[in-house]
Design a protein around this ligand. Structure first.
Ligand code: G3I
Length: 344
């Protein structure tokens, strides 16, 4: 009798292997965030930075848990055109190569930004005519270099002030607001297939700053300027509250036919972290994941690095940190499990 039962179990197991393939039976590793996101047609990614790539355990998790990578610094202007007309794509290439080896897609970050510019650009005055030439060359050389290797570009980064007025940058001051449409057109010429986004922080809620993007997007679409999405960085902080209108905000861009993406997510807190703060943080990570899943054309979520070991927060906000879903020892925090739950 027992022998018969064993035979039946054995036969069933054989059928199971035949139907599902040996891999499904052989190891029962939990699905990664990328696996779970893909079931919803989304990606789940992380930023990374070149100096971190010597950290083997870090690189291993980066390669297995995520299906999208953004270089945190390596594709910025100071890194890619350190002298006028002299281009260096070595840092971005290193990250693109790593991503390729891990079957991950790459978001290009960023072409036009007032920060991390090379000294040759900021150290002198330019006429509008001169700066147009410099800007066009920078954009087109970089976009051409990464053609077919990045799926989207943060073309213009952080172009607006909190009140929705244009940020007073070298580009706005010299070229006027039309620099944004020009940048998008030039990028599109250099790679007609890549998705083009403006990208900014504090635009998760509906308010003056996100309204400015909404107006801009409508105008650009009406003018036929190539624009495919809006990147919401989502650098959140427990002390400022959860952006309750996030989902509605994503939806209004979606109704314009635009993609949205949460491009630089982290949720910082005052240190030390405690159980309660980590629980609130976890809830927010879950909520923002659900918001993206709930809205058509919200294409994916990118953490601004995945571990507290490499977060930008402690260096920029004194006394704050613990912003990411993995701790400094690469152990998953409650936030990680909340993201998993939201994706299930
Ligand atoms: O490269 C130098 C190195 O030579 C030097 O030894 C070291 C000493 O501090 O500094 C290094 O430069 C740092 C650079 O990152 C590269 O690591 C800068 O000090 C540091 O300020 C810079 O910070 C970056 C920050 O942008 C600059 O604003 C962060 O890593 C990067 O994560 C952050 O990313 C931005 C996004 O691009 C746009 N949205 C906001 C986000 C967070 O600030």
């Amino acid at each position: 009798m027992r022998k018969n039962r064993l035979a039946v179990v054995g036969a069933l197991a054989a059928v199971l292997v035949a139907v599902t393939g040996p891999a499904a039976v052989a190891h029962d590793e939990p699905p990664t965030l990328a696996d779970l996101a893909q079931r919803h047609g989304r990606y789940f990614g992380s930023a990374t930075d070149n100096p971190e790539l010597t950290d083997a355990p870090y690189v291993s998790l980066l390669g297995s848990e995520f299906d999208q990578i953004t270089p945190g610094n390596g594709m910025k202007w100071y890194a890619t055109e350190p002298q006028q007309g002299v281009f260096d794509f070595s840092q971005g290439d290193e990250i693109v190569d790593l991503a390729r080896a891990n079957h991950q897609k790459v978001r290009g970050h960023t072409l036009v930004w007032h920060s991390q510019l090379p000294d040759w650009l900021t150290g002198r005055e330019w006429t509008a005519g001169e700066l147009r030439v410099v800007l066009k060359k920078h954009i087109q050389t970089e976009v051409r270099h990464y053609r077919g290797k990045v799926f989207a570009w943060d073309v213009v980064n952080e172009a607006f002030n909190e009140d929705g007025t244009y940020r007073d940058t070298i580009f706005y001051r010299t070229l006027g607001p039309g620099y944004i449409a020009d940048a998008l057109r030039w990028a599109h010429q250099a790679d007609p297939r890549v998705k083009l986004y403006p990208n900014d922080y504090n635009i998760e809620s509906i308010g003056p700053k996100s309204d400015a993007y909404y107006r801009l997007a409508k105008e650009l679409r009406a003018q036929g300027v190539p624009l495919h999405g809006i990147g919401l960085q989502a650098h959140l902080a427990l002390q400022y509250g959860y952006p309750a209108t996030l989902e509605d905000n994503l939806r209004r861009f979606s109704r314009l036919g635009l993609e949205t993406a949460l491009t630089e997510v982290d949720i910082r807190m005052y240190l030390p972290a405690d159980e309660e703060k980590l629980a609130t943080q976890a809830e927010w990570y879950g909520d923002l994941t659900e918001a993206c899943l709930a809205v058509r054309r919200c294409v994916g979520i990118t953490l601004w690095d995945y571990t507290d070991k490499y977060s930008w927060i402690p260096a920029f906000f004194e006394g704050e940190g613990a912003a990411l879903p993995w701790d400094e020892e690469l152990r998953p925090k409650p936030a990680y499990y909340a993201i998993r739950d939201a994706l299930k």
